[in-house]
Design a protein around this ligand. Structure first.
Ligand SMILES: NCc1[nH]cc(CCC(=O)O)c1CC(=O)O
Length: 305
């Protein structure tokens, strides 16, 4: 191997930096003698905070500047939360490694209430995720749903300032930032589905640099890749954007893959749910068939809303 250095492009939020440092540590351990550096960059997704993500162009916003850095040779790889990676990558890029998944549950975070059921009638709950909004509507139609963007620290500050009785965040992000004690309860499958790819960290690199790809592939976790491949295939088949409420959860056992998927409607709290089982070599097919089942239930109506 002729690699001397690997430069990791990353966003500058505390969570992004934690994840990039985590990958840097794993790469240093896997390749003693290799220099590993961070290249922190600002993205449009981080800068435009006053509008819902869905209206300013979606998830690709968080990747663009990091991909430009790789194309210009200023970085060799980028580290992302897989949840923020669009179903379809930009041409010329690939995901050579997906790390073992952390806790994929959503977290109920509140200073006064222990869980969703304990919230008083009409309580204000902050989340800009359409998936979380649709799920909230389904279980508690009385709640007042309010937008909440910004990085994890900003969102917690807004909760603490009294703007909401509760907010929803990903458990994985809170745990990575050492904020485990902010989780009052966990919202879990099968009733509450995470976003496709939630809690998995992905490494992105240029598809045309095999030496780099080989160095990164040692961090890949096969079971996590299978699960998120099924979830992302389902999301892609459904039209694959963050502008619709989609949830997915795939488990991997020696008996095969089990995928449960959901499409919701924020206004009504209506949820369509479908599930299917498949073999380990059929992750994409499984995702497609669950999407097909959701279309069979009328998902197209909710998706083209
Ligand atoms: N959209 C922001 C984002 N992207 C990934 C995570 C959490 C970490 C993960 O899912 O891997 C978060 C924060 C949140 O949803 O609370």
């Amino acid at each position: 191997m002729t690699l001397a250095v690997l430069r990791i492009a990353t966003r500058k939020s505390a969570l992004a930096l934690w994840q990039a440092e985590h990958v840097a540590g794993l790469l240093r351990a896997a390749h003693p003698g290799l220099r590993v550096e961070l290249v922190p960059l600002s993205t449009r997704g981080d800068e435009v905070l006053d509008q819902p993500l869905a209206t300013i162009g979606g998830k690709g916003l968080f990747l663009k500047e990091l991909e430009v850095a790789m194309l210009e040779g200023r970085a060799d790889l980028a580290v992302h939360s897989l949840k923020d990676v669009p179903a379809e990558l930009e041409p010329g890029f690939t995901l050579p490694a997906i790390l073992p998944r952390a806790d994929a549950a959503d977290a109920f975070v509140s200073n006064d209430y222990a869980n969703l059921a304990a919230l008083p009638h009409g309580a204000r709950v902050g989340t800009s995720s359409l998936r979380r909004q649709a799920l909230l509507r389904a279980v508690r139609p009385d709640l007042e749903l309010l937008d909440l963007r910004g990085n994890v620290g900003t969102r917690l500050q807004k909760l603490d300032a009294g703007h909401y009785e509760a907010i929803l965040l990903a458990c994985a992000g809170l745990e990575r930032l050492g904020l485990h004690d902010r989780i009052r309860s966990r919202l879990t499958a099968p009733d509450w589905l995470p976003a496709p790819g939630q809690a998995a960290i992905a490494i992105e690199a240029r598809a045309d640099l095999p030496v780099v790809l080989d160095a990164l592939a040692v961090l890949d976790d096969a079971d996590t890749r299978l699960a998120v491949t099924a979830e992302r295939a389902m999301n892609h088949a459904l039209g694959g954007s963050c502008t619709v409420p989609v949830g997915a959860w795939c488990t991997v056992t020696e008996r095969g893959l089990h995928l449960r998927g959901m499409v919701g409607e924020v206004s009504s709290g209506r949820l369509l749910v479908a599930e299917a089982t498949g073999h380990g070599d059929e992750a994409v097919k499984l995702g497609n068939s669950v999407a097909e089942a959701l279309f069979g239930q009328g998902a197209a109506k909710l998706l083209h809303h």
